[in-house]
Design a binder for this molecule. Structure first.
Ligand code: F6P
Length: 320
């Protein structure tokens, strides 16, 4: 291996830049050449490939987004697209590819490996939904952004004696909602992993707490569990409590990464280059109990991740 390509793919996540920086610097330090592929796998199909040097990654460790841009690439999902992408790697002299992204990006990495381009995956997504890894780059920043926003929402919710239903991201997973719900003191947190009944789990609880003097309510809902507007409308119709829906949306994907995201991204990026340097390929870098580990890509993609529903019980017990 002489030249390493690096790309970001799928939804961006705060800390991706810190991961790019670590990959580029660690690779250059070990004597490799590095090329940045822009706009995800699209960049391979369009030839959007740039040389990276030590200074290409200056001033980015604290920046959200990704300097390499990102995309979800449809053409790459076809065999023809994959063959074309592998050929583009060969023509650009890229011997191996580091892919920073989520599950879809790792499936792409597996396809590239099948076309003879070895890959290493690094989990970058705010959703924390990569099965093989306890943690994904961007998750902590996204949650802290959500907490900051919901704290602001609490002020106005309280002033008006209202109910605020806040929808947070997470795709099909409830990790962001679960932890954010606890951190903001939500009365109820709804996540896709745990079925709920609006009457039993939300409205009854609101009425119970009203009896003890509670006048305003924060309900956090994961986007995979329901729509904030539907839930807010239902609550208002059934309780008469003035209710508002807030969808935090893509604001959760932006902003300067937290310390946790910067450090994890730096450790993961460094680990990716260590693997390549040892001649170990087609792995996904992951965290397990604060350590950096790695798994075969196919194994990683077949794994299943659970969510700690005990946190819901705690949330429920102390939000009364
Ligand atoms: O995977 C990250 C994520 O932000 C999800 O939480 C969300 O469901 C999705 O991406 C939104 O995708 P897009 O940016 O394409 O609207």
């Amino acid at each position: 291996i002489k030249t390493i390509g690096v790309l970001t793919s799928g939804g961006d996540a705060p800390g991706m830049n810190a991961a790019i920086r670590a990959v580029v610097r660690a690779a250059l330090f070990k004597g490799y050449k590095v090329k940045g592929v822009r706009h995800g796998y699209n960049g391979l199909l369009t030839g959007d490939i740039v040389d990276m040097n030590l200074r290409s990654v200056s001033e980015i460790i604290h920046r959200g987004g990704t300097i390499l841009y990102t995309a979800r690439c449809l053409e790459f999902k076809t065999l023809e697209g994959q063959q074309k992408a592998a050929q583009a790697c060969r023509e650009a002299g890229i011997d191996t590819l580091v892919v920073i992204g989520g599950d879809g990006s790792f499936r792409g990495a597996k396809d590239m490996a099948a076309q003879g381009i070895p890959c290493i995956g690094i989990p970058g997504t705010i959703d924390n939904d990569i099965a093989c890894s306890d943690y994904t780059i961007g998750y902590d920043t996204a949650m802290n952004t959500a907490v900051e926003m919901i704290d602001k929402l609490r002020d106005t919710t309280q002033s008006h004696d209202r109910c605020s239903v806040v929808e947070v991201m997470g795709r099909n997973a409830g990790y962001i909602a679960l932890n954010t719900g606890i951190a903001v003191g939500a009365l109820v947190t709804l996540i896709p992993e745990v079925p709920f009944d609006l009457d039993r789990d939300v409205i009854s609880k609101m009425k119970e707490t009203q009896k003890t003097g509670k006048k305003h309510f924060i309900i956090v809902v994961a986007e995979g569990a329901g729509k904030a507007s539907d839930i807010a409308n239902e609550i208002q119709a059934r309780t008469g409590i003035d209710s508002r829906a807030t969808v935090l949306g893509h604001v959760q994907r932006g902003g300067s990464p937290t310390l946790r995201d910067r450090v994890t991204a730096s450790r993961m990026g460094y680990h990716a280059i260590e693997l390549i340097n040892k001649g170990i390929f087609n792995r996904v870098v992951a965290t397990r109990a604060e350590s950096i580990v790695d798994y075969d890509i196919s194994v990683a993609l077949s794994m299943y991740k659970t969510i700690d529903t005990a946190l819901l019980d705690i949330s429920h017990a102390i939000s009364i």
